[in-house]
Write a new protein. Structure first.
Length: 285
């Protein structure tokens, strides 16, 4: 299958290009710079020069493809919606896989699935209108699917690293917010890449939580990272207010207490995460 992909030079994108090519797909990937173009070319994809604001480029690339995977992070909801619309217009009745995120569910009060109500922090509240519009295309002959990755780890770069590397944290200690008992719905980058490939065969209008099924506490994660850093057990509790001062709005997302299950993707797509010990991976650094 010919697949057009945005965000190909990014963290999830690099893994997803690899997964697509291993399974026999050919890939064109959006690249907004020479460096990004070189990265996706080295991965085996053909670069398409442009950015998310280049709607004509997106539309034409989607029209050439048999499926689209949208991974690039837009700066605003309006930009994401416009890009999604251009690509969905181009792909027509072909599969279109859109990226969301599990943070939209807020504190989950136990283990939940994709049917849970939304209670997003301000950082991701904009996703609701975008995802609703994307999925609406299923009512008009489109094949939209939304994949909602959990908190990513593994590989050369992790979103979770933002929390542990932000300047201003307690020197010589690994931080966690409050008492650290809030749980994180983690997923390994290689597993989420496989979910994006599997989602190409999903039913129109489907939504999948991309989580590994293991939801350790933030304090357990901090302890694992302290081992990797060679300062095992040296942890520091910081208040949410401190975290906001140091990190901005994303602090509220890291403070969420979330537990999600990958059962729907396992049942409908046969997707089974293979990385089931995130604390061991974090402890290796």
């Amino acid at each position: 299958m010919r697949v057009f992909l945005t965000g190909g030079s990014g963290y999830i994108g690099r893994a997803t290009i690899g997964a697509l090519i291993r399974q026999g797909h050919t890939v064109e990937a959006l690249a907004r710079s020479d460096r990004a173009a070189e990265t996706v070319r080295d991965l085996g994809a053909t670069p398409v020069r442009g950015g998310l604001g280049d709607l004509g480029v997106l539309n034409a690339a989607a029209a050439r493809a048999e499926a689209v995977v949208h991974l690039a992070q837009a700066e605003t909801g309006a930009e994401d919606l416009a890009a999604a619309g251009a690509m969905q217009d181009g792909i027509g009745s072909g599969p279109y896989v859109h990226t969301g995120g599990t943070w939209v569910y807020g504190d989950t009060q136990g283990v939940v699935d994709e049917s849970a109500p939304w209670n997003p922090p301000a950082l991701v509240a904009w996703r609701k209108s975008v995802e609703d519009a994307v999925l609406e295309r299923a009512r008009h002959g489109g094949r939209p699917v939304v994949v909602q990755p959990g908190l990513l780890y593994g590989g050369e770069n992790r979103l979770i690293d933002i929390f542990y590397t932000t300047p201003g944290k307690e020197a010589g200690a690994i931080p966690y917010i409050g008492d650290g008992t809030n749980r994180w719905a983690l997923v390994h980058v290689d597993d989420i890449a496989e979910l994006y490939v599997a989602a190409l065969k999903a039913k129109p209008g489907a939504v999948y939580a991309g989580v590994g099924g293991v939801n350790p506490t933030a304090k357990e994660c901090a302890l694992a990272v302290s081992r990797a850093a060679g300062i095992e057990g040296k942890l520091a509790s910081i208040s949410l207010e401190q975290a906001r001062e140091q990190m901005g709005p994303i602090a509220d997302a890291f403070a969420l207490d979330q537990q999600l299950t990958p059962a729907r993707a396992r049942k409908e797509l046969g997707w089974i995460p293979t990385h089931t010990d995130p604390l061991a991976v974090l402890a290796r650094g």
